[in-house]
Design a binder for this molecule. Sequence first.
Ligand SMILES: Cc1cc2nc3c(=O)[nH]c(=O)nc-3n(C[C@H](O)[C@H](O)[C@H](O)COP(=O)(O)OP(=O)(O)OC[C@H]3O[C@@H](n4cnc5c(N)ncnc54)[C@H](O)[C@@H]3O)c2cc1C
Ligand SMILES: NC(=O)c1ccc[n+]([C@@H]2O[C@H](COP(=O)([O-])OP(=O)(O)OC[C@H]3O[C@@H](n4cnc5c(N)ncnc54)[C@H](O)[C@@H]3O)[C@@H](O)[C@H]2O)c1
Length: 473
Amino acid sequence: MNELTPDICVIGAGAAGLSVAAAAAAFGVPVVLVERGAMGGDCLNVGCVPSKALIAAGRRAQEMREATAFGITAVEPQLNFRRVNNHLRGVIAGIGPTDSEARFRAMGVTVIKAEARFLDRSTVVAGETRIRARRFVVATGSRPAIPAIPGLATVDYHTNETIFSITRKPVHLIVVGAGPIGLEIAQAMRRLGSEVTVIEAGTPLGHEDPELVAVVLERLRREGVSLRTGMAIRRVEPRRSGVRVILAGADTEVTVDGSDLLIAAGRQPVTDGLALDAAGIIAGPAGIKVNSKLRTTNRRVYALGDVIDGPRFTHVASYQAGIVIRNILFRLGAKTDYGSLPRVTYCDPELAQVGLTEAEARRRRRTIRVVRWPYAENDRARAERHTEGHIKVIAAPNGRILGVGICGENAGEIIQPWVLALQQGLDLKAMAGLASPYPTLTEIGRRAALEFYRPRLTSPWVRRIIALLRRLG
Ligand SMILES: Cc1cc2nc3c(=O)[nH]c(=O)nc-3n(C[C@H](O)[C@H](O)[C@H](O)COP(=O)(O)OP(=O)(O)OC[C@H]3O[C@@H](n4cnc5c(N)ncnc54)[C@H](O)[C@@H]3O)c2cc1C
Ligand SMILES: NC(=O)c1ccc[n+]([C@@H]2O[C@H](COP(=O)([O-])OP(=O)(O)OC[C@H]3O[C@@H](n4cnc5c(N)ncnc54)[C@H](O)[C@@H]3O)[C@@H](O)[C@H]2O)c1
């Protein structure tokens, strides 16, 4: 058996592990990276990248259907699902080299393609290699959580690990779960010509502001996605060509027959095979236990990304990688603060949020102010005919920004100045003074900020000062 003694051993080459390995290598620190599956993890292979490519294909199809308003004859697009799949594969292949073994080797990282397992508190075994590192970083990610639905084991179903590989159009896709995964795929598939039913036990996008979620749901319904919310699934059964889902109705059972079933009911951390006990690392059902410095219960070992409890996004993984690197290399005692990290659900219209939602702000503070500005009042949105949705800014009475939610065209881009504002502690005055180019959608942010100050403009004091100055010539 080979023996390696690097400074850092990273387990998992997804967004989290790759970010740590790349940063450590950039500082010239010896790193071993262990990956048992595909380089790039979920985001590249079965997550963000294929889902956004699928969404992009769906958007093109929908634009063809909705061209009439622009004076262009609308057509029902002719779809070839195999080619749609080629598009997904092409996008993954194009991004792939960034996460590849070759690129990381060229950076000086030792890449081992094997499953990692702790032998004791300071040793990991991966294939034929024993690794004794100064620090270990566990970044083993998550997998789809499969709910205990009676009959599920008797039917074929998809998860995010298989749905992006299909080369034939589902006739009727039933999606279980109206979180970001379920709704993004539901809308894209509907736009690509499938009948789609979404079944949600609770509330769709339950962590988001219901006022903004309503805008997304209205569009999904209008495009023909059937949403059955607050409904428990009693059981599923196989059908000759597909699956039957039986829901608990008020008095009777309701059945939904589909050709394909997608389970998008949350995530579960991946810790199997790691032998965490051998290293004294405590993990629960929500993930590996870490403190605010991302250190596990073994002081030599850090954990980050989807394998820990917390927000599960690619940009969060790379933010956490920065914390881990600062703590391992510079012993800075850096702590996580998720307060200004944004999140976006890439339905159309997009839903973006940074900081507190209105409900969260009301729970924490007695007085807040909420200002809104609609896309319908934005000239660019009118030209593009994307007038649905609005921005909603939550602020303290003194203008401190507490949170911003946007539902509408390009919300994920438009939110970015607000992310910077929250990160830098800027207030609404700074946002009101932002000179955005005309005509851009981003202008809705400045208009919302100006709304905050509008009551001051109409105050009798301001009017009196203007009158006085006028009299002075
Ligand atoms: C459909 C979908 C769409 C998404 N869209 C977005 C989006 O638009 N934006 C966004 O920010 N986030 C999105 N996410 C979330 C994002 O993909 C995850 O937060 C991110 O991939 C987590 O990265 P990670 O490195 O923690 O885990 P992973 O990417 O899961 O990587 C973990 C790696 O560890 C490896 N591994 C596990 N156990 C071992 C072991 N014992 N030994 C060696 N290797 C091991 C695995 O093979 C895997 O490659 C999406 C997720 C899904 C499922
Ligand atoms: N745009 C993005 O950034 C993006 C996109 C996709 C995923 N992600 C990440 O992946 C995570 C997981 O996404 P997700 O959508 O799987 O999880 P989620 O936890 O956000 O949503 C799952 C939904 O499934 C429902 N559900 C659970 N069991 C059910 C059952 N038996 N019947 C009906 N409904 C059921 C839940 O009530 C919940 O609303 C997200 O929280 C996010 O961190 C991010």
